[in-house]
Design a protein around this ligand. Sequence first.
Ligand SMILES: Cc1ncc(COP(=O)(O)O)c(C=O)c1O
Length: 432
Amino acid sequence: MSLINEEQKLTNLFDGTEWNLYDSKILDLSAGAPDPDLLQHCVDIFRQATEHSLHPDKKSNSSLLFQYGPKSGLYEVRLQIAKYFTHMYGSEVKCEDLFITCGATQGLNVILSTLVDLNGYIFVDEITYMSALDVIRQFSSMHIIPIKLSEDGTDLEDLEKHLKEYVYKAQKKQFWGMYYTIPIFHNPTGVLFSPTTCKGLIKLARKYDILITCDDVYNILNYNDENCTKRLLSYDNKRDKDYRGHVVSNGSFSKIISPGIRLGWFEVPRRIKDILECSGIIDSAGCLNNYTSGIVASLFELGLAQTHINRMYETYKERMLATLSTLKKELPVGCKMSHPEGGQFIWITLEKGCSASEFLKVCMEEERIFFLIGTVFTVIPERASNCFRLSIAFYNTDKLEEAVKRMCRCLRKYLKNTKNEIVLNRGGTKIG
Ligand SMILES: Cc1ncc(COP(=O)(O)O)c(C=O)c1O
């Protein structure tokens, strides 16, 4: 059979690989993707929303969804996003500040191609979302500069040191530099940036005139009501004398409704929205994802999106709490784990000198369990060679508990063997 036919048969991103999430013989803790039980609800609610959206009686002419859409995106969906997130964030999201995208990853691509000098500097957390790194690397004339990350978020001193070193006057685009980050339930570390860090970031962005792009895809997956999850954009206060607008909030429905719809939005300052609207792709062809926007607007108008998001939230919360509690009991002494209060990921750090990639090999062979090793999340591989990330998104709590127990059993064995090896090697050196 030809390769083309093989490809045509693939049904999802993981299909055709050894680590297909839908294969019941493996446990794949790598993907931040919802499982079929969660997604099955989409079938029914999207059918209802589609009927509603395309119904001839609908006041607006529904056939316009099949036309090129308005530059910043369909008004109805922006209105619904503004209403819903104003409520969820507890601070105003304005319809006119929104710009529709095909999700956060595509959003990052749009930002890099329209707003940052092609020879510019992209500051990233020393440990950061691997796919964002892949997108940034494609702009191969840009320079990627890793910045230290602490439990409170960005190491502001380290960021300023690098901003001072590299600052120059942007030549053809609005910004010479950009800091890409995930301030709320950071992927992969789970860190939640403190208010002090957020304020410090705005000061630096204004002082050095850089753009800050925040992936805000986990903001409402907050499992502790006492957390301050105020988005970074709202620290960039329009009433400040030195306000110019330095932050883009890059939102997405992938984590809270469905990744398959690939719909997201920017919340942006006016000066940035103007540039985006004049970019080649938008100026010539209108907004991204116009049709899907119409369906999602109806999903909110009918109250179906809100119920679905609540269900996703409750499920992820339960999965996160169960996984953390099992890990606390099972993780071998000497290994550290993050304690995220939101999002989908847990970051594990083995003792210095241990190799996450070697452990993964053993875990795959002996337990058929897969996860992502630390080196994929950084441009400084040695910084994370003893770390790995677990996702709680795909499996129910029973499977997650089983996966964690088996993984930890395998880890205990692996560490024992490694320690023996180290002792033997040390012994060997002494003797020699
Ligand atoms: C930080 C972050 N940004 C973006 C995405 C993907 O967003 P989208 O599906 O909207 O491209 C993910 C998914 O894992 C993520 O963790």
